[in-house]
Design a protein around this ligand. Sequence first.
Ligand SMILES: NC(=O)c1ccc[n+]([C@@H]2O[C@H](COP(=O)([O-])OP(=O)(O)OC[C@H]3O[C@@H](n4cnc5c(N)ncnc54)[C@H](O)[C@@H]3O)[C@@H](O)[C@H]2O)c1
Ligand SMILES: [Zn+2]
Ligand SMILES: [Zn+2]
Length: 390
Amino acid sequence: MRALCWHGHGDVRVDTVPDPTIQHPRDAIIKITACAICGSDLHLLDGYQPTMQSGDILGHENMGEVIELGSEVTNLKIGDRVVVPFTISCGSCWFCRNEFYSACDTTNPNAALAIKAMGQSPAGLFGFSHMLGGYSGGQAEYLRVPMADIGPIKIPEEVTDEQALFLSDIFPTGYMAAEQAQIAPGDTVAVWGCGPVGQFAIRSALMLGAGRVIAIDEIPERLRMAESGGAETLDFSQTDVHEELMARTKGRGPDSCIDAVGCEAAGHGAIDAVIDRLKAATFLATDRVHVLRQAIMACRKGGTVSIPGVYVGMGDKIPIGAMMNKGLTIRTGQTHVQRYTKPLLAKIVAGEIDPSFVVTHPASLEDAPLMYEKFRAKEDGVIKVILRPT
Ligand SMILES: NC(=O)c1ccc[n+]([C@@H]2O[C@H](COP(=O)([O-])OP(=O)(O)OC[C@H]3O[C@@H](n4cnc5c(N)ncnc54)[C@H](O)[C@@H]3O)[C@@H](O)[C@H]2O)c1
Ligand SMILES: [Zn+2]
Ligand SMILES: [Zn+2]
């Protein structure tokens, strides 16, 4: 089959590789009909995520048609049209039973590597490095889906691929980010990053009762999309973010702050951001935490900082004094996708949201390397790329 493979920092190519096969009775094989490129894939492309190997197939936002089933998968049929959560979860360990699906204790065969880095191992994820399971991703013609009796969700015919696909990741991710932001009715929520995750966080915050959302980015079309989703905007390349947030909240600060940027934050010459870059270049730290610092400093006393943005290793100079003395709550995590797929599909079916608004660039799988470049450079108005293998 054809598949988008990682070959090193900045190097992804579409290669011909062996088709996946059923390896366990709980596996399914799906023929991919649509998949997407995520901001998390950029961290892999940019070499932030350790333990990638040349030839790894990327892609964790996947949907398709079931073409083969292991003997223990009884909830799906050949021909079913499904969306697959990016978190691979067993459904029966303590974490899955408590709906912490991205913390599943059993699906990372390389748990020892993760335990060394993080103290405990999170769940295996599709297309996300060997430390997180070494599972092939779905930017390919076919995908092996482990634990297929737990993850994939059937999609009704009337819902299009473009509407359903983002149940695999970014819609639940934006929604969980807003839920974890602990929004009370009428609250002011600041969202850093108007990429796809930020866009869903903005709309979810409003669905959950926010009175105002202030969306922060520097890319005009992303700010425009945020505005059409109901947010006020703030261009961080033009304005001092902290001062502006204070001014717009009468000196109190936003009630909740959502960091939908993560480890590759741009800093526009801010001194802390320059130090982050130097430290990353000299292996003294891995992550650029400029946005997280801003969020902690701006958040109102007693407020909540919610972090869907991905961090991979060590960050430096996080203002823990501000966090402690202001009594902030910090919530974060890879999304517990299986917790959200059904309720959010119901919202799509009910017409409360149409996630296809975020798609700017439909493309073929063969164009994936070019689309990675454009998405990384934020060129050509790219906000979300959706790839079709055939
Ligand atoms: N928690 C999860 O389960 C989960 C799931 C999906 C994605 N993510 C993460 O969410 C983050 C966003 O993903 P995405 O697909 O939207 O990525 P993206 O790269 O398209 O968007 C990131 C946005 O942040 C903006 N940005 C950069 N520096 C900024 C700054 N200093 N202030 C404000 N905005 C800034 C960029 O201009 C860009 O628009 C990534 O870190 C991704 O890995 C997490
Ligand atoms: Zn993702
Ligand atoms: Zn589990």
